[in-house]
Design a protein around this ligand. Structure first.
Ligand SMILES: NC(=O)c1ccc[n+]([C@@H]2O[C@H](COP(=O)([O-])OP(=O)(O)OC[C@H]3O[C@@H](n4cnc5c(N)ncnc54)[C@H](O)[C@@H]3O)[C@@H](O)[C@H]2O)c1
Length: 333
């Protein structure tokens, strides 16, 4: 058996982590032969809850789980980790402006970036789930200059899974029959869920989704809106935000980063923009990526319609504004 690797989950006493920790410790991300030491980072008021999570992990009797390290100290939490799931964040409270939310989170992700820089492995893969995920990833990377920028990403996989699931449901096919649906831009309501490059397996044949669905009004209308507003719909029904599906998406994201994507398949990840597809350079923007040897590469040369350009522009502008606001908060501190 391989040597254990250290993996940290922040916000470890929260609801996403409650599903995520179990999935990771079962071997669903790093493989069924990869032993793990799980680091659980949260804040001091959550120490009691964290103790309960540690007890439950022990009671799961999971063969791959060699040790659990609960802590409230980022320097302990990030020590020697190979992978980091940054789930913990300051939630938006009623009446909170975007700037206030950004301001609270910028402080958290600055501290975590500095700690990663000091004590994590230099090839650590960092996945930011806590919102605003794209800009939090940018801030975190900014404070970890010794770790390559390519090692920071933000999660839009939940949006991708939601989009694929909508299409599978509409066409009456299993989820495995839907491929290459893209989420562009921000993990926010400006994101652009795009089915135009995707394919769907119908009667044994892979067809372009646009051709199979044959309903442009739907693909450019209620399909996009349903995905953009799915998080709010779950809160409306459950009175709590998406947690199980967010945890599954975080596993999918890290699994594909770790293990690679199949030839011809791509997945969506928020990564540093090089200006591809007219996006603002230097923001963390969700693109379709292919992954090999743990390195992602933006899929290039996809055809972009005027409709898509308009959508990319809206979400890119929002990310640029978030970046500017985050930087102004940092400058004033
Ligand atoms: N990117 C996505 O697709 C996506 C999807 C769903 C939720 N989210 C976001 O994920 C985050 C977590 O969601 P949740 O439902 O688990 O929330 P939650 O409130 O149940 O848990 C958050 C946990 O983070 C902890 N925390 C806060 N500040 C921390 C810090 N500085 N260090 C370590 N831990 C800290 C809290 O104490 C809490 O235990 C939220 O920001 C939510 O908006 C993102």
């Amino acid at each position: 058996m391989a040597e254990p690797i250290r993996v940290v989950v922040t916000g470890a006493a929260g609801q996403i982590a409650y599903s995520l920790l179990y999935m990771i410790a079962r071997g669903e991300v790093f493989g069924k032969d990869q032993p793990l030491i799980l680091h659980l980072l949260d804040i001091p008021p959550m120490v009691g809850v964290l103790e309960g999570v540690v007890m439950e992990l022990a009671d799961c009797a999971l063969p791959l789980l060699r040790e659990v390290v609960p802590t409230t100290d980022p320097l302990v939490g990030f020590k020697d980790v190979s992978a980091a799931f940054l789930v913990g964040a300051m939630p938006r409270k009623e009446g909170m402006e975007r700037k206030d939310l950004l301001s609270a989170n910028v402080k958290i992700f600055k501290v975590q970036g500095e700690a990663l820089d000091k004590v994590a492995k230099k090839d650590v893969k960092v996945l930011v789930v806590g919102n605003p995920a794209n800009t939090n990833a940018l801030v975190c990377s900014n404070y970890a200059p010794s770790i390559p920028k390519e090692n920071f990403s933000a999660m839009t996989r939940l949006d991708q899974n939601r989009a694929a699931s909508q299409l599978a449901n509409k066409m009456g096919v299993p989820i495995t029959s839907v491929s290459n649906v893209i989420i562009w831009g921000n993990h926010s309501s400006t994101q652009y869920p795009d089915a135009s490059q995707g394919t769907i397996l119908i009667n044994g044949e892979w067809k372009p989704i646009a051709q199979a669905v044959n309903d442009n009004a739907y693909l450019q209308g209620s399909f996009i809106e349903t995905v953009q507003k799915r998080g709010a719909a779950v809160i409306g029904a459950r009175k709590m935000s998406s947690a199980m599906s967010a945890a599954k998406a975080a596993c999918d994201h890290m699994h594909d980063w770790w293990n690679g994507t199949a030839p011809g398949k791509f997945v969506s990840m928020g990564v540093f923009s090089d200006g591809s597809y007219g996006s603002p350079k230097g923001v963390v923007f969700s693109f379709p990526v292919e992954i090999k040897n743990k390195q992602w590469k933006i899929v290039d040369n996809l055809p972009i319609t005027d409709f898509a350009k308009g959508k990319l522009n809206v979400t890119g502008t929002e990310l640029q504004e978030e970046k500017d606001e985050a930087m102004s908060v940092l400058d004033s501190n």
